[in-house]
Design a protein around this ligand. Structure first.
Ligand SMILES: [Zn+2]
Length: 99
């Protein structure tokens, strides 16, 4: 069973309590966007084979959105952190040379 730690509730809970909510740290700025950058924002996302910054929601718990760093191949969660907090340094989290 995959366990995910909600940064608001603080406890590791089963994956079925959570819902994936897309890529994290996307900036929405329609006022200064060009047609091309706006189309990129709307339709294109990164799809890495490795570590990915993601938004999740604790749907069957506190209901709040948070961010997580997850490895897309192994499904291992490196960390979770509250929405609005800065993007953590990946090299620090996984150590230099990690993939
Ligand atoms: Zn929660």
């Amino acid at each position: 069973m995959l366990l995910i730690t909600c940064p608001y509730c603080g406890a590791a809970r089963p994956e079925i309590e959570f819902r994936y909510a897309g890529e994290a740290h996307l900036k929405r700025d329609p006022a200064s966007a060009t047609d091309e950058s706006w189309a990129d924002f709307l339709y294109f996302r990164t799809n890495p084979k490795g570590y990915h910054f993601e938004r999740w929601r604790h749907t069957h718990g506190c209901g709040r959105f948070f961010n997580a760093v997850r490895h897309t191949v192994s499904d291992a969660f490196v960390t979770t952190y509250k929405a609005g907090e800065p993007k953590p340094d990946l090299a620090t989290l996984i150590g230099e040379g990690g993939r």
